[in-house]
Structures are given as C-alpha cells and as structure tokens.
Design a protein around this ligand. Structure first.
Ligand code: ADP
Length: 488
C-alpha cells in the first residue's frame, strides 16, 4: 500500500436505502459511505441483488463471474452507482436473492429457510473481495461488515491470503443469525471454529458470534450501547465474548441524512418550516390530524410514533399508559408494522378511542415524515435502542422526543430541566424505568412544559439546532479504519 493512496473500504451490508431498506441499517448504509467518500476514502458498497435493487440499479453491468461456492451456481458481480455517486457492487445470484418478499423474509413474513446460505454467500464474497483471491483489480484495505448477515465474513477472511483488516458494526445484537450447527459444513466453516471459543452458541451456529470473535475491531452504534452490551441485560448472551473483546470495541453514534430529513425542504410536508418559522409546524399538525382522522384541535399534545412493532420498542408501555393518558388533553398518531399481536393491539386501541388515537399499520415513508413534523412530541419508550434514528429526526423537526434512557437515546437526547432548557442543552424528556408509569410521568412533564409556549419553543429550537449529520461519525470511522490498517 503506497502512502497517499486513499484508504479503500468495502462496506458490506444486507440493506441499503433507497434500494432495499427494512430499518435503520438501510439508512446508515446509504448515508455513511457518501460521508466517508467526502473525506476522501474510496468506499464501495457490496449488497445482494434483490428484485428491488435490480429495479433501481439502472445501467448495472456485469464485471466479474465469481467462483462457485457452497454448491451454488456461479454468481456474478454487477457494478452500479448508488445515489450520492457511491459505487455499488451487487451480488447477483438469482437463485438466492431474486424472490418476492423482503431481504430476510418471504411475502408471508416468514424467514427464508435458506438464510444461512443467502447471507453465508454474501459474507464469503465480501471476504474474497478483501483478500488476494479477489477477481477485481480493486482491493479493499478494510472490510466493514454490518450485523449478522455479514457476520461470517471476518471468519472467512481470517483463512484467506493477504486479508484486509476487518471492522464489524453491531447495529442490533438482538438479531444474531442463529442456525443449526449442521449447516456449518455446507458453508465451508472450518471444523476448528465449531466450538464455544469460535462460532458455536449454545449448540447452534451464530453468525453474530463469528463476527465478534474474528473481526479485528468491533463498533457499536452508540457509546452507551457499546457499554450496555457488556452486561447480561443487553448482551443477549454474548456479553462474555464482548467483554473479552472490549479493548477492541468502540461506540460511534450514527448520524442522520440531514438533507432527506430537513423540515425546511421536506417534500412530504403540508408546509415547510424552520426554527424561525415554527408557526409552520401548526399547519402540519392540523394536516396530520386530518390525514389520520384525529380531532382538529391545536391545543392537545399530539404524540407521534413511527416504529417497528416489536417488544424492543415499548409500544406495549404506550398502550398500557393510554387509558390514564386519555384523561389528559392528548392525542396519539402511530405508524408501524411488525408483530401480528401488537398490530392488533394498536388497531384495537385506535378503534376504542376514535378521534383521539389513530394508527396506520404498514410502512409509509411520507407519513413517517408527516408524523415527525405534525406531532408535538415523539415517543420512543424503547426497552433497548442501539442508536435509534427517529429521536434525532424529531429533534430536527422541532418535535421534542420522549425517550427511555437507553443506548443511543441516552446519547442523543438531553432531558428537560429549567436550567438545561435555558442553557440550550435540553431537547426532550428522558425517563429511566421501562414501565407505563415512568412513561406517563415523562408525558406529564411534557404536558406541563407544553402549557408554557415560550419555554416550549426554546425546547423545540434547542433540538433543531443540534448537529446530527454524518460528518462527525464519518471522522470517527476513518480513525477506526486507520487503526485496523495499521495492524496489518
Ligand atoms: P430500527 O432500525 O430499530 O427499526 P431506527 O429508529 O434506528 O429503528 O430506524 C428505523 C427507521 O425506519 C426510521 O427511519 C423510521 O422512521 C423507519 N420506519 C420504521 N417503521 C416505519 C414505518 N412503519 N413506516 C415508515 N418508516 C418506518
């Protein structure tokens, strides 16, 4: 590696917005690579060629045929360009990726039965491209993997000639990629790794554990989450492995795409606004009330929520607190999709309080923006939250978040106090215990401040002034990559 050449990074991911997005990982994969390229790094994104990716990646052309792996037909690499002029490498293996449904689940919401193979191949190809066996002239200095679908890559890389350094980002430890240990053979995992000091986790094959063991450096998506996963409560059984690797683990808070999430230019809104024209927010509140069938009322505290409906996100706490909250001048607008039982419970809550509680079950990008803009406060009572994006969006939109003190929520929201709001620090309301009562207490605090318009406006403006862009995280990733390269 000659001095002065830009650092080459292969950013490997199972989702990348706008071509394929399930959650936060898709957004981060879209935003971090261009921010790194703006710093002069040569970053390329590797992702599977799902139907949605193929449809978006116009002009994609084949640049290499890959050696056949795992008894599959030979796959191809396509070259395309992501928005933001980021070069993309698409792993084209139609037998694995060209399916109805999402990146991980079929049209009925069930995991694909061959996910080990689907993401084993992604990991394998990533490792090949980052080693001497690469079919491309371009060779990565650093392989950056993300979450369990890329978890086997550091393991494969460790067995290949002249490997790049590897970084593994933990976006959510709760999803681990667990499969029968019997799949290890067909994935070419060496027998020497099939023990609890390797990839075995309680009798199963763990993609996540493979990464935690074999990556050179580990990164969690917020400093608090990086600490929390060392304990049993948030370590999901992997806290022991993580503690052994704690010297190699850092926390870097994600940024947000501040062009896409900007109330001053958001195409989804009824009226754009900024910190000087907060009155425009009232127009969005009325429009949201109308769109969601809520009573037109300027004076109620309109609580917004956009979320996957899973236990993690604490939607049940909101539902439990709702009867008492509805005694107060308050409305709830919720958009979400996920567990069938929670979807039903949310729909029932809306049916029981028409005009006060409104729910949309589904995925709706535009409505997510309109809730951020139209709500007065944004609820995130998560049991755990590796980073979370919506609390950052809501601050930018002048919609103070009400969050539980966990992970990235703790790192990105400053709790209200008289002194903190005057000093420009307070941006929302933070509570500790994962209970309906604690959530209700925080909402009561918000209601009290909401009744003091001048203080409320200061709180909103404090959040709008926060810089959550990707430039700062990108610098931290650059430092992390440099530390890996130095080890080689
Ligand atoms: P997670 O990745 O755990 O789902 P994040 O807050 O990090 O949570 O990111 C989720 C992203 O997906 C946010 O941008 C959020 O607005 C978006 N999102 C989640 N559910 C929906 C939905 N039903 N409709 C539209 N956007 C959604």
């Amino acid at each position: 590696m000659k001095a002065g050449k830009p650092l080459r990074v292969l950013f490997t991911t199972s989702e990348c917005a706008p071509w394929a997005k399930v959650g936060g990982l898709g957004e981060i994969s879209a935003a971090l690579p261009p921010a790194l390229r703006a710093l002069g790094l040569d970053v390329r994104v590797l992702l599977p060629c799902y139907p949605s990716v193929r449809a978006c990646a116009r002009g994609a052309r084949s640049i290499a045929t890959l050696d056949a792996e795992f008894g599959l037909p030979a796959a191809r690499l396509l070259r395309a360009t992501l928005p933001g002029e980021v070069p993309a490498l698409l792993l084209d293996c139609p037998a694995l990726y060209m399916r109805d449904g999402g990146p991980y689940v079929d049209a009925n919401g069930a995991d694909y039965a061959d996910n080990a193979l689907r993401f084993g191949l992604l990991s394998r190809v990533a490792a090949r491209l980052a080693s001497a066996g690469s079919p491309l002239r371009w060779r990565a200095d650093v392989l950056h993997c993300n979450d369990w679908p890329t978890g086997l890559a550091p393991l494969y890389l460790s067995g290949l000639p002249d490997p790049a350094g590897s970084v593994f980002s933990i976006h959510n430890l709760a999803f681990q990629g667990l499969f029968p240990l019997s799949e290890a053979g067909s994935l070419g995992i060496p027998a020497g790794a099939l023990h609890s000091d390797g990839v075995e986790f309680w009798g199963r094959l763990s993609f996540m554990k493979a990464a935690l063991r074999y990556a050179d450096r580990l990164c969690a998506v917020s400093p608090s989450y990086a600490r929390e996963i060392l304990d049993a409560e948030h370590g999901c059984g992997l806290e022991g492995v993580l503690r052994e690797r704690s010297a190699d683990l850092v926390g870097i808070l994600n940024g947000i795409d501040s062009a896409l999430w900007d109330p001053a230019s958001d195409v989804h809104l009824a009226r754009c606004y900024d910190a000087r024209s907060l009155a425009g927010k009232r127009v969005n509140k009325r429009a949201l009330q109308q769109e969601m069938g809520l009573q037109q009322n300027d004076d109620v505290l309109l609580c917004g929520m956009v979320t996957r409906l899973t236990d993690q996100k604490g939607v049940d706490l909101v539902l439990d607190a709702l009867p008492a909250l509805l005694e107060r001048p308050l409305q709830l607008a919720l958009l979400g999709t996920g567990d069938a039982a929670l979807e039903r419970a949310v729909a029932d809550a809306a049916a029981a309080a028409p005009g006060r509680v409104a729910a949309r079950i589904g995925f709706d990008e535009g409505l997510a923006h309109r809730i951020e803009a139209g709500a007065d406060v944004f609820l995130m009572p998560s049991r755990f939250e590796p980073c979370g994006l919506n609390q950052m969006y809501s601050q930018r939109y002048g919609t103070p978040p009400i969050v539980r003190a966990t992970g990235g929520l703790r790192d990105s929201v400053t709790d209200f106090s008289e002194a903190a709001v005057r000093g420009g620090e307070a941006t929302g309301f933070v509570f500790d215990e994962a209970s309906a009562d604690a959530l209700r207490g925080a909402i009561e605090r918000a209601l009290a401040v909401y009744g003091r318009p001048a203080v409320w406006r200061t709180l909103c403006r404090n959040g709008m002034a926060r810089a959550f862009g990707w430039d700062r995280p990108a610098l931290a990733y650059r430092t992390l990559y440099a530390s890996v390269r130095a080890r080689r």
